[in-house]
Design a protein around this ligand. Structure first.
Ligand code: NAP
Length: 230
């Protein structure tokens, strides 16, 4: 008897997840559902089906896997999205569904890079010198702490416009996503007379452009390390 068709759940929200969904849909043998947390107001269109919103913790995810007849889960979430990855391990164990984890390699410092390694957002904020013009390449939920540095000017890139005013004294907001194109990122850094870049070690190609741009401009990069076990 032929085995039932695969129903794959991709835990997404990354360029890698989108690419994977497109490849699997292209193969045409499986049903592909990509789950998004719903953080972005207008997510890019994805191949296959899309489900938006949390599952309600481990039990909610485990129930979804069983109800929807999911035969495999692929965790292709961002390396700093720790909760959903932990939930996926536990929920797949409970629902007895195989889990594949897509690990994204960290960026490594290259000749010409001027990285200041820090472990936390707090340390990143403290390490900035007075008067710095800082490009904050962090998600919305990670930036508030930098507002205490009223002696610095911040340029903050966000995917969606903030729904409430940001608590910064000196800041410009740029709407958009990180680019792989380092020349575009370099022009952006130069255009805002940036002296420091703050980013997390997310890894991957889609947002590496700013790292190359900082190298070309010989700018210091405050690099926030991944949490242990990423
Ligand atoms: P998180 O802290 O690991 O997850 C918090 C909660 O959000 C989870 O418990 C889950 O809610 C829900 N959730 C997260 N990812 C989900 C997904 N792909 N599908 C459905 N529900 C999801 O996650 P986060 O750091 O807020 O990131 C949220 C999403 O944004 C992730 O999918 C990630 O790939 C993407 N992203 C994150 C970052 C980052 O810096 N963290 C950067 C780029 C993209 P329930 O418990 O209710 O299921």
């Amino acid at each position: 008897m032929p085995s039932p068709p695969e129903r794959i759940l991709i835990l997404g929200g990354t360029a890698e997840a989108a690419k994977l969904a497109a490849e699997l849909v292209e193969q045409g043998k499986t049903t592909v559902i990509t789950a998004l947390a719903g953080r972005t107001e207008y997510p890019a269109s994805l191949a296959g089906d899309v489900r938006i919103g949390g599952f309600g913790g481990v039990d909610g995810l485990a129930a979804y896997l069983s109800t929807e007849g999911i035969t495999r889960v692929i965790d292709a979430t961002h390396p700093f999205a720790r909760q959903i990855s932990a939930n996926a391990i536990e929920a797949c164990r409970k629902a007895d569904v195989p889990l594949t984890v897509h690990l994204r390699l960290q960026w490594l410092e290259q000749p010409g890079d001027r990285w200041i390694m820090v472990e936390t957002l707090e340390a990143a904020a403290q390490t900035l010198p007075q008067g710095a013009r800082v490009f904050l390449a962090l998600g919305r939920q990670y930036i508030d702490l930098f507002a205490q540095r009223t002696d610095c000017h911040f340029v903050i890139r966000m995917v969606d416009a903030p729904s409430t005013p940001l608590p910064f004294t000196h800041a410009d907001i740029i709407l958009g996503k990180a680019a792989a194109d380092w020349e575009a990122e370099k022009a952006l850094l130069e255009g805002h007379a940036i002296t420091h870049l703050v980013t997390r070690n997310s890894g991957g190609e889609a947002s590496y452009g700013k790292i190359i741009a900082a190298r070309k401009l010989e700018l210091p990069v405050v690099m926030i390390a991944r949490p242990v076990a990423c």
